[in-house]
Structures are given as structure tokens and as C-alpha cells.
Design a protein around this ligand. Structure first.
Ligand SMILES: [Fe+2]
Length: 136
């Protein structure tokens, strides 16, 4: 079952972050739809690049906030973000090399959507708990 939909369990209580997460899920959903309906590889690659640009902005927002309040988990958190960007790059590379394979949608789901959901519910949640205590 395709689970790109946003659900309220993913709300962490920091408005800016929650809004960005919601937007990110929207973009993943668009990407997944494109894969499922068999859009051209170039189009999907373009979407992956667009997603990467957005993710850079979003990860920077989180990391700057964590930096500002000297969050001890920041190095690990940064590593996790880097891992996601590597996954994006890998998918983009595969799409470029092999064109659209039938399992792209599955890969997007497993490599990006599941990762993000899990990241939000664990690593982001922990950081947010730390930050909400300190934010005005
Ligand atoms: Fe994060």
C-alpha cells in the first residue's frame, strides 16, 4: 500500500517544520504518482532534482535551529540528512542510467517515503522535544 499521505501523527508541534514536512510529503506524492503512471524518465529525474533542492532548504532549517540551541544530537542528525540526500542522488543516477524501471515507484516508496516517515517519528521528534523546551 502506498503511504505517501500526510497524517497528523507526523505533526511534531513546531509550525515551520511541520509545514515543511507536509510540503515534502506533497512533493513525494507527486513524484510517486508520476512513477506509477509511467511518466518519462527525464520528468521523474527532474522531479528528483527539484525534491533535492527543497530538501536542502528544509534540512538547513532544522539544522540551523538545532545549531542555535546547541542540540547535542546535531552531528547524528546531520548524518541522517546526508544519508537521505545520498539516496536521492542514487535514485537519480539509477534513473539516468537505466531509464524508468518498473520498480521505481517501489524504490521511491521504500527509499524515500518510508525513510522520511521514520526519520520524522524518531530523529526529528527527539530534536523537536529538545527545541520546544527552549523556543520562546
Ligand atoms: Fe530531520
Amino acid at each position: 500500500m502506498v503511504m505517501t499521505r500526510w497524517n497528523d501523527e507526523l505533526n511534531l508541534g513546531l509550525e515551520e517544520i511541520d509545514n515543511q514536512h507536509r510540503a515534502l510529503f506533497g512533493k513525494l506524492e507527486t513524484l510517486l504518482d508520476a512513477c506509477i503512471s509511467g511518466r518519462a524518465a527525464e520528468e521523474v529525474i527532474g522531479m528528483l532534482a527539484f525534491l533535492d533542492d527543497y530538501v536542502v532548504v528544509h534540512f538547513r532549517t532544522e539544522e540551523e535551529l538545532q545549531e542555535r540551541f546547541a542540540y547535542p544530537g546535531l552531528p547524528f542528525h546531520r548524518q541522517q540528512h546526508e544519508q537521505f540526500r545520498q539516496r536521492l542522488a542514487l535514485l537519480k543516477e539509477e534513473m539516468t542510467k537505466e531509464g524508468k524501471g518498473s520498480d521505481v515507484a517501489l524504490q521511491v516508496n521504500e527509499m524515500l517515503v518510508d525513510w522520511l516517515r521514520n526519520h520524522i517519528l524518531t530523529v526529528d521528534k527527539e530534536a523537536t522535544l529538545f527545541l520546544s523546551d527552549r523556543l520562546p
